[in-house]
Design a protein around this ligand. Structure first.
Ligand SMILES: C[S@@+](CC[C@H](N)C(=O)[O-])C[C@H]1O[C@@H](n2cnc3c(N)ncnc32)[C@H](O)[C@@H]1O
Ligand SMILES: O=C(O)C(=O)C[C@]1(C(=O)O)C=C[C@@H](O)C=C1
Length: 247
């Protein structure tokens, strides 16, 4: 994966544009996400471990909002169930192009990996096939809030018995003190990872219009409304969490 450091917000910008998953972001994305999301490497690797428990023979494993395919690679490292294949979907052409290159690299290094297809497309318009694992790893927060329940309902309808949705998100908190504390600690995490105050502030304005986090309670209610029977948080580090939702 690219080792280019994320300095996208290091210089003062006259006007901070809305964050987009464009070529500039693609070049620094592995560094950006690792230095911005507490627990990201743990979440990605264990998503593969979890998926191996839910994968059903001859079914699809979806990586929705796959970016550079980190989750897809983890699925392929861990899932050994017969007849499974991975479908990775992202609507950023720049991400999809680089993702395909990285997956070709994985194919050339390892044998007997699950087959994978990378689709450039909108997950809101996807025609879901029967699936045993669906991963939404920090993607739902970029979907318009009024579209989220419909998307989750369609995912629920595509899930096979014994399967699961794994949903990772940045959280907001209904309790103002808890929200302020975990937000401050997240800033401390970014500072400890070498981001300056300017970088942190400019990134905050870049994402505030495009990324709308929900609370854990909102996620649970929405998942139940979408038809899931059980919601089990399995990971939280500061204001970032991952949930298992069972059909
Ligand atoms: C924070 S990144 C996901 C990170 C990735 N899952 C990982 O674990 O490395 C969010 C991704 O979702 C994609 N995305 C946002 N909205 C989308 C949509 N409607 N359809 C498909 N992809 C979308 C973006 O292009 C971006 O690559
Ligand atoms: O909340 C932040 O400050 C972030 O940088 C989070 C976040 C994310 O959760 O996806 C936002 C955009 C980038 O894709 C990487 C990280």
């Amino acid at each position: 994966m690219s080792k280019e450091p994320d300095r996208l917000f290091a210089q003062p910008l006259a006007q901070v544009p809305d964050f987009a998953f464009n070529e500039d972001v693609v070049r620094v994305f592995p560094d950006m996400i690792k230095r911005s999301v507490p627990g990201y490497p743990t979440i990605v690797e264990n998503l593969g471990v979890l998926a191996a428990q839910f994968a059903q023979p001859n079914s699809v494993l979806y990586d929705l909002g796959s970016s550079l395919g980190a989750v897809t690679q983890a699925l392929r490292r861990h899932v050994r169930t017969d007849g499974c294949r991975v479908i990775a979907v992202d609507n950023s052409a720049a991400m999809v192009e680089r993702c395909r290159e990285y997956l070709n690299g994985q194919d050339s290094m390892f044998q007997e990996l699950l087959p994978v297809e990378v689709i450039e497309g909108d997950i809101l318009a996807l025609d879901f096939q029967p699936a045993s694992v669906v991963a939404l790893n920090f993607t739902l927060q970029f979907i318009a809030p009024d579209q989220r329940t419909a998307l989750l309902s369609r995912i629920r309808q595509s899930l096979l018995p014994g399967g699961a949705l794994i949903l990772s998100e940045k959280l907001r908190f209904n309790d103002a003190e808890e929200h302020a504390l975990l937000t401050d600690l997240h800033v401390a995490f970014k500072r400890a990872n070498g981001y300056s105050e300017l970088e942190i502030a400019q990134k905050r304005s870049a994402i505030e219009n495009v990324m709308k986090p929900d609370s854990l309670e909102e996620h649970r209610e929405r998942l139940l409304a979408a038809g899931f029977s059980k919601v089990v948080p399995w990971f939280q580090c500061l204001n970032f969490a991952s949930l298992i939702a069972l059909p």
